[in-house]
Design a protein around this ligand. Structure first.
Ligand code: SF4
Length: 360
């Protein structure tokens, strides 16, 4: 962490705006201690200010000091937290209070690296504690600040990407003023929450509107960029199309777990070996013909599925192998009355067209 030596235009504008328009009556702004600032920061992660306030007041009246939190039972801490969700935050808060008693003479450490070593304290929370509790010039980069900075500077790319985040941290550092870090931190958070809102930012009321890139370009809705859709992996499979001389096909019922559970489908595997064994267990393969048919493409919510149908045609089903409600021979017409997955139904419908035997 480092800090700039001159005050940026953004910081100057925000500081004077905050005097008049910023929030000054939040409970953690009163009797500011490192403990109270830290507690507010942890509660505010993933939770709105309005929801946090009653919890914060109850928590600080029951456990007003770090030493009280450290001495409390975990049950007590969880009861006070109950309703705020993300209980891991409460457990880490408790754990950190105890570590402060053991390792830091009962106080939150003023050293950034020591703060970052404590459970539940990341770079932004450490920055908020250093700036708000001790007025030290360290930046924060929560969701509100990311939104203000990406718009103000016109930063392209999703802020969750490491490269974009690094750029934002650098900008956040250059804006923190040497003095008044506490007020500045509150000001940029307030601006993000009340003016530079996610939807319909109030640019006309914004102290940064003269120099803001997104406002000048009328592109506020383009920043920050949204998370790109997740890349779905591709899974390959082979489907066994075991067909007898009457055109009947062996289908089996899918297991009760995984995709297509309980539906009828072609036997499938990731390798050919088990499918070959299955074919040999159900039919005589003398004189059969084999062919790979065009790949079936299908997308599930978590992956793309590419399946190669492996046709073994003109086989002779073993009479000793009993048909059952788990595995059976069906003509494509009969199969249409079964519960089939859509891509398999489509495939069976088109099977005749896909057959391409040389004339012999
Ligand atoms: S001018 Fe608009 S987009 Fe730019 S920082 Fe202010 S509110 Fe956000």
């Amino acid at each position: 962490m480092s800090h700039a030596s001159t005050q940026s235009e953004l910081a100057t504008a925000l500081l004077s705006w905050h005097t008049r328009y910023g929030r000054h009556d939040l409970p953690w702004q009163q009797s500011r201690t490192p403990y109270r600032v830290w507690l507010a920061e942890i509660m505010l992660q993933q939770t709105q200010v309005g929801t946090v306030i009653p919890y914060y007041l109850r928590f600080t009246s029951e456990l007003p000091k770090l030493v009280d939190l450290a001495a409390a039972s975990e049950d007590k801490v969880l009861v006070l937290w109950s309703g705020l969700g993300y209980y891991r935050r409460a457990r880490q808060l408790h754990q950190t209070a105890k570590l402060c008693i053991e390792q830091h003479a009962g106080q939150l450490p003023k050293d950034p690296d020591a703060l970052l070593d404590l459970p539940g304290i990341g770079r932004s929370t450490a920055g908020a504690i250093l700036a708000q509790a001790w007025n030290l010039p360290y930046p924060i980069l929560d969701g509100n600040v990311k939104r203000v900075l990406t718009r103000y500077h016109g930063i392209a790319g999703w802020p969750g990407r490491r490269k974009v985040e690094r750029k934002l941290w650098n900008l956040a550092e250059t804006h923190v003023p040497e003095r008044q870090a506490a007020t500045y931190t509150q000001a940029i958070m307030d601006l993000g929450a009340t003016v530079c809102r996610r939807n319909h930012p109030r640019c006309c009321d914004c102290p940064l509107r003269i120099t803001c890139y997104a406002h000048a370009q009328q592109r506020t809705s383009e920043f920050p960029e949204v998370r790109p859709p997740r890349q779905r992996p591709t899974r390959q499979a082979t489907l066994l199309v075991l067909r007898d001389r009457q055109g009947r096909i062996l289908l089996e019922r899918r297991l009760q777990t995984g995709v297509w559970q309980g539906l009828w489908s072609l036997p499938q595997d990731t390798t050919i070996g088990p499918l070959r064994n299955l074919a040999q267990a159900h039919a005589g393969l003398e004189g059969c013909r084999q062919q790979n048919l065009p790949i079936i493409h299908h997308s599930f919510s978590h992956y793309h599925w590419h399946a190669t149908p492996w046709l073994i045609d003109r086989v002779t089903p073993f009479s000793g192998v009993h048909e059952s409600d788990q595995c059976n021979w069906w003509t494509p017409q009969q199969a249409m009355d079964l519960a089939l997955p859509a891509p398999i139904r489509k495939f069976l419908n088109q099977l005749e067209e896909n057959l391409n035997w040389p004339n012999t």
